[in-house]
Design a binder for this molecule. Structure first.
Ligand SMILES: C[S@@+](CC[C@H](N)C(=O)[O-])C[C@H]1O[C@@H](n2cnc3c(N)ncnc32)[C@H](O)[C@@H]1O
Length: 362
């Protein structure tokens, strides 16, 4: 579950090499017309070795971007705002649900084919984990891939830092870089990321959060940055019955509902809005024509939401579109990778053909 359009750009980079285990959070403001960008070093982590942490975000963009979405005729909010600290924890809980098959299915495929993946990708790679989350899937490949450098990229850094502490303890020989960037508007990596043997890792079918056109743009961007000997290891969710799909995004326990509703709390924190979660309900449905699961939040009564610089009246039953998750036919996704410029594509699936893991190289 992730990503869509956004206005963030990497404005510049400062790096922090932390050797003392202290939590530091230095803030450097970079003023650049027309918009003011803030470049921040996220809290560094220890205890040993050098861990570079780079963060970049645009202070003005969330408000403008969220306001534009909330005031659109069909209100929408980018799914990247699902992930504050609680949102990331709720997503982890979702992955434990029996109905949420993607995580355990992808994990199974990675475990079964880890040796083949490492044979094809080689060892000593620069492993670049896009939307790393709790880093668990990348971690499961450390043993076979033996990365020279691991680069965890995520918009939500708090949970990432927790995960990286554990990784550093377990793999002190691996250089670990944490990048707090939003790649929905383009993927710009700092020079501290090794150019050699780049293996981009994009699990969780997060590519499904992008429309096919935007997915092609992102895949082409990744292809352009792979360099000689580079590649992309990507997980994608496949088309299956509507019943299975809708249960995965609307579980009886209500964890996915909580995950979706929590976005409103995150918006309240980000833009000072006065959403009352009790006025909203979670909706998830498969749009057959567009081959995507859609998540929405539906107003339970007529209400008005206000925030600094904006307001919106919602009628009872009116919705805010919060996430798309496109489901692909295996051949169609293969075609998308080819279109993005990847020549060699190897695909593994589970026995039920519910999920696919693709290794694409240049
Ligand atoms: C569905 S979770 C996947 C986590 C993990 N990779 C997995 O497969 O289980 C999506 C992750 O991508 C991150 N994310 C979402 N949108 C993003 C964006 N635009 N830029 C960077 N990270 C993003 C979220 O914070 C979250 O950790």
């Amino acid at each position: 579950m992730a990503c869509s359009q956004g206005a963030f750009r990497l404005a510049g980079i400062r790096k922090s090499n932390c050797q003392d285990g202290q939590i530091r959070s230095n803030i450097v403001a970079v003023m650049s017309a027309p918009s003011r960008k803030i470049l921040r070093e996220a809290p560094s982590i220890g205890p040993q070795g050098s861990t570079s942490v780079v963060s970049c975000f645009d202070r003005d963009s969330p408000r403008e971007e969220i306001t534009a979405g909330l005031t659109a005729p069909h209100a929408f909010v980018s799914p990247k705002y699902l992930y504050d600290r609680l949102g990331s924890r709720l997503f982890e809980a979702i992955t434990e649900l029996p109905e949420y098959y993607p995580t355990r299915t992808e994990r199974g495929i990675l475990a079964t084919h880890a040796r083949a993946i490492s044979r094809l990708a080689g060892s000593g790679v620069t492993l670049i984990d896009l939307g790393a989350g709790n880093c668990e899937k990348a971690r499961s490949l450390f043993g076979v891939l033996r990365p020279a450098q691991y680069v965890a990229v995520d918009i939500a850094t708090e949970c990432l830092q927790d995960a990286l502490r554990g990784l550093r303890r377990a793999f002190p020989e691996v250089e670990i870089l944490s990048l707090a960037i939003d790649f929905s508007a383009g993927l710009a990596l700092p020079d501290t990321v090794r150019r050699e043997k780049r293996l981009y890792f994009y699990p969780g079918s997060s590519i499904g959060n992008f429309s096919p056109g935007a997915a092609l743009a992102l895949l082409s961007d990744i292809r352009g940055q792979c360099g000689v000997g580079g590649g992309l290891l990507i997980g994608v969710d496949l088309v299956k019955s509507t019943e299975i799909l809708e249960l995965a995004y609307d579980d009886p326990l209500g964890v996915t509902a909580a995950f979706n509703l929590n976005l409103l709390s995150h918006l309240n924190a980000l833009i000072g809005s006065d959403f009352d979660i009790r006025d909203w309900q979670h909706r998830a449905q498969f749009n057959d024509e567009l081959s995507r699961i859609e998540m929405h939040l539906e107003a339970k009564r007529d209400l008005t939401v206000t925030w600094v610089g904006g307001r919106r009246h919602f009628r009872c039953g009116e919705r805010i579109h919060t996430e798309n998750s496109y489901k692909y036919e295996q051949e169609a996704f293969h075609g998308l990778l080819k279109q993005a410029g990847f020549n060699n594509v190897r695909i593994w699936t589970d026995d039920l053909h519910w999920f696919a893991v693709c290794l694409a190289s240049v």
